[in-house]
Write a protein that binds this ligand. Sequence first.
Ligand SMILES: Cc1cc2nc3c(=O)[nH]c(=O)nc-3n(C[C@H](O)[C@H](O)[C@H](O)COP(=O)(O)OP(=O)(O)OC[C@H]3O[C@@H](n4cnc5c(N)ncnc54)[C@H](O)[C@@H]3O)c2cc1C
Length: 436
Amino acid sequence: MGTLAADEPFENTKRGRSLPALFSLARSATEGVGAVPKRLDGSPSAAAWSTLRSPMERDLYTPEHELFRTAFRQFLEREAKPKYAAWREQGSVDREAWRKAGAAGFLCPWVEEAYGGAGGDFLHSAVIIEEMAKSYDPGFAIALHSDVVVPYLHSFGTEEQKRRWLPGCVSGELVTAIAMTEPGTGSDLAAIATTAKKDGEHYVLNGSKTFISNGQLCDLCIVVAKTGDAEGDPHRSISLIVVEAGTPGFHKGKLLEKMGLPAQDTSELHFEDCRVPASNLLGESGAGFLMLMQKLQQERLVVALGSQAAAEQVLADTVRYAQERKAFGKPISKFQNTQFKLAECATEVEVGRAFVDRLTAEHAAGKYLVKECSMAKLWQTEMAQRVIDTCLQIFGGYGYMLEYPVTRAYMDARVQRIYAGTNEIMKIIIAKQMGL
Ligand SMILES: Cc1cc2nc3c(=O)[nH]c(=O)nc-3n(C[C@H](O)[C@H](O)[C@H](O)COP(=O)(O)OP(=O)(O)OC[C@H]3O[C@@H](n4cnc5c(N)ncnc54)[C@H](O)[C@@H]3O)c2cc1C
């Protein structure tokens, strides 16, 4: 079990640290937690929402989760936020930050100690997702790694595969990606063209993927490819194959420029006669579609949780701004229009919080909630966009300036309605679940 020195709380820790070690660290280092960072508009934003919260208190988290939150906030303040501007500029996050996050126990906190993890649960991940969103993170795709990609390795990997890969995923030595989308198809996964042909003890991959998050940085990429197991049934012909960076024929293509999440390295990937050991197959050949269906619920919940937290933070910062910004001799918060708009936003955020907290609790308890996770992805992402757009308007011209967090939040929110399954696909799933 690793130890954490009080004077260097988040560095040089070993794998396999326990959550209690992180909690005691957070307890011993609470000074400074209340030191609210100033935004560019001078507002002490982080504390605002807590003072606004209604009597409807959250009961999702235990005190231990809240201590974990404190520790993670400290990590963000020290190791991530000071780098956000540089990461936005360079279009990716430094590898060093991944390693530091891993060393501090903030990657895959739910992985068991046997594989180098801290033995936490999905709620520890939820804390990280919320705090990342509240920090206006520009695309440090921790949640994609910890809660979208690594769960495939954990659930479907053999014992040998898990021992080979999970410790590196936890430590940050191995950054992961998942490559489903292709230039010719995204929503219609069964129509992918990438192939993986068995050749002795190898698969030979050919094809191209696009829009792949962590595409440049990834050391492991789960590639969704056609193995042709059941001719005529594309749903039973797809497999998941783990391709390691550096494998001949695995080319990282263009780093794509986007309207939001500028620090998330979203890339094209190409596979050209790429020979991958057959032992890198995840689960059974031909079962890829089923495995994806099983794991996509959590991906959708992850997006919903981030959207909810982003809406809450932007609203909190906007309330503060409206109280300070003056027009016609009084704070703009005194205009009835501002009050009505913010009251509507607060209502949406509060209603959304009740739903997503309940869903998160049930998901963490192991329930398989296809309809509800799709609903949350649909509703929370649309709600966040409505709220952030309304808030941006309250910032006036400053809301159009890139140096303002609300402006960036607006651009980052847009993609939430597109990835992890578009919101139109969410409606199709919900309708099917309704028996329509
Ligand atoms: C920033 C970013 C990061 C991403 N990260 C990843 C990643 O890490 N890995 C990965 O594999 N992919 C990733 N994606 C891809 C993303 O998941 C796809 O863009 C998304 O699934 C939509 O696919 P598409 O772009 O091909 O759109 P299409 O499938 O071509 O859809 C176009 C439009 O048609 C609509 N549509 C499609 N089918 C139907 C239907 N049956 N009924 C009604 N409307 C329909 C869609 O809703 C959409 O509005 C990422 C995308 C972005 C932008």
